[in-house]
Design a protein around this ligand. Structure first.
Ligand code: FEO
Length: 168
């Protein structure tokens, strides 16, 4: 059974994951309008993944005696300065989500809710992967520079980095 405190904290995490999904969808849309085809595909997939992270939480809360709630979301930005700007915002978002997951892990441990502690280990590993993935993409974009053929080549490589991340 979930304590009220853990249930509320897990419900708050649903809101983070839902916002991440919405934010990545907005990034996909901007990339599509700007003609960054690789990043468009990357962010559509990323948005789906965040929705899955949200759904895992919904199912877990309901299976464990709580009631998962669907949050209202603020509108994400829809204009960005550059492709690098998009990925910088995305990395910061992942860092913030990691902090929130870490707090949840701490709460579950402190309240001896070891089922939730165990459930959250998947998110700990996922956040590590995602921070690494976004950092790698930013490294690639820094090498490519801000315009021209190199940037388009880097954009083309971005969806492939997700595959490499999954293998490592
Ligand atoms: Fe589910 Fe990338 O946070």
């Amino acid at each position: 059974m979930l304590s009220k405190k853990v249930e509320d904290a897990l419900n708050a995490q649903i809101a983070y994951e839902a916002y991440a999904s919405s934010s990545y969808l907005s990034m996909a849309s901007w990339c599509e309008k700007e003609g960054y085809r690789g990043s468009t595909s990357f962010f559509y997939t990323q948005s789906e993944e965040e929705r899955e992270h949200m759904l895992k939480l919904v199912r877990y809360i309901n299976e464990t005696g709580g009631h998962a709630r669907v949050p209202a979301l603020k509108e994400p930005p829809h204009v960005y300065k550059s492709l690098k700007d998009v990925f910088e915002i995305a990395l910061q978002q992942e860092v913030d989500v990691s902090k929130s997951i870490n707090k949840l892990v701490e709460l579950s441990f402190d309240t001896k809710d070891f089922a939730t502690f165990n459930f959250l280990q998947w998110y700990v590993a996922e956040q590590h992967e995602e921070e690494h993935l976004f950092t790698s993409i930013l490294d690639l974009l820094k090498l490519a520079g801000s315009e021209g053929k190199n940037l388009l080549m880097a954009d083309n490589e971005i969806p492939k980095l997700r595959g490499e991340e999954a293998k490592s």
